[in-house]
Design a protein around this ligand. Sequence first.
Ligand code: WT7
Length: 633
Amino acid sequence: MPEPDTGSGQEEGMSKTYHADPSYRTNAHMPDYYEALWRFKDDPETYWAKVAGELVWEKKWDRILDWNPPYASWFPGGKLNVTVNCLDRHVNDGKRNKVALIFRGDDGGEKVLTYRQLYREVNRFANGLKNLGVKKGDRIVFYMPFIPEHVIAILACARLGAVHSIVYAGFGSEALHARIRDSKARFVITADVSIRRGRSISLKSIVDEAIVNASTVEKVIVHRRSYPPIELYAEMEMDFNDVMKGQSHYCEPEVMDADDPLFILYTSGTTGTPKGVLHTCGGYLVGTYYTTKYVFDMKDNDVYWCTADPGWITGHSYIVYGPLSNGATVIISESVPDYPDPGVWWEIVEEFGVTIMYTAPTAIRMFMKHGEEWPDKYNLDSLRILGSVGEPLNPEAFEWFYRVIGKSRTPIVDTWWQTETGMHMITTLIGEPMKPGFAGKPLPGVEADVVDKQGKSLPPGKTGLLVIKGPWPAMMKTIWNNEERYNHYWSQIEGCYTVGDLAVKDKDGYIMILGRSDDIIIVAGHNLGTAEVESALVSHETVAEAAVIGIPDPLKGNIIKASVILRTGFKGSETLSNELKYHVRMTIGPIAMPSEIKFVESLPKTRSGKIMRRVLKAEAMGLDPGDISTLED
Ligand code: WT7
């Protein structure tokens, strides 16, 4: 780990601050950030208890928190079932006929489920699973396309206290196999195909490969979408609808301890084997309920759309558990952003009157590349809040999102968090001034800081390590089967959870995320976050996307090499290459100037959209790229 405190002056030269209409603040669930902050600071436990008190508990907790660093137990003694909070509660208190899910298929097909209908389907599927022998604590691996049945099956597991482990349906059979083995799953739930860009992609055949030598698997449940239906092997396989057939509409919810596991979600470390992040019922639900309510300011008449997939933590927390525990109307869509054309997402916004849209910078930059004419074809007036997650939202992308999609009217919440944190941690609440490039401040109830390697808080403008000080409700419980890896997060700096990101604060306490600390490049003794340099490149009018890496250099330690995708209509040349180098030099400083710029058509990315810089680096240096199982193509 390099010395992370050579300030790179992020504060200076930043673009302007944006202010949402004051009505956002007056009408917000959390109108006053500072008031909430102080209430939390004074007595965090009472505040969390107040949030938890808005949920339904079978038995109230004995204490709010037992904290024996690094082990936390939230709401010990409390008992609940997450699905009672996501379903039964709404069915019983006036939201019975409110729309819970609106599904939009890749082919434009639609399906709508009210809370009552979703409740019945979940209960029936839960009864079906129970019939097959599923019980509390069993692990069930999902390898499903994004269809309503995916959400139904997730909640059915939670109803029974079974632990779901969702594997994104874009992963290959080896990655799926590794996750099935590590979690020792008894069941796998899949579908025959997923449909993308009008084409069927077989999922079942990948499951077939993945369960070879995975002896814990007893049954594979298959949702069959295509006609004629694929054949199933009766010994081992069962049709999804047959599992539900004849089952009653009510399944007694398993009463869970607050600290019982809810799910395992594997996250790829930048290197090494994936980590099974384990989240539990009580704290996780409180954290996702709280952030959905306050960060998205979720109101009863909102139409909410998060463009992620349930295979990522964003889907778990902000498609399923957070929004449904708030009784929201949730759009789910199987469609990719540019098929049949780059207008499809904006058509969905217009068609369903989406009010809150939550997406990722990589998608925004793709839309920027296609041009404003696509969103301009649609009426986007229903939008009231925009959200971003997954990587730094560079100022260029912020401004485009704000102006072209939000019509310079809707606030943007750039939410920083991780699979491990379970819930949003840092953002700018609606109504607070927005600073492009900065995610914002820690949420009330979360304490974050930028520190040096010894844990000393750094002043504004100094680059350092982002840490979280102390526990928060949706924090992971542990890493499945790997306590040591869990402890590692808390053992680098005393009393702190080390995030693995580089960041810098400004004088108002706003935090800018500069990228992973392992993505740092040291050039002539100066630390540069790859994201910083990439952001500078992308701020040039010709650049759609950029990735930079450090290549060892005898004189400077490292030199910077950039791979650049140009926007449609521009062509790479020696002149443009020099112009871009100069542009970075002018934006950040001479130290950040790339020595080499390569024009490329695509970048190696993980399926969650993160650029795999180590693949570029291996390529540039003629080395083996290592584990590339998470690579998109
Ligand atoms: C890492 C966590 C959280 C759901 C999706 C990713 C990066 C995430 C932001 C943001 C800058 C961000 C960080 C973080 N990241 N959100 N708003 N601004 N960076 O979850 O796969 O667990 O990745 O994503 O580097 O550590 P994940």
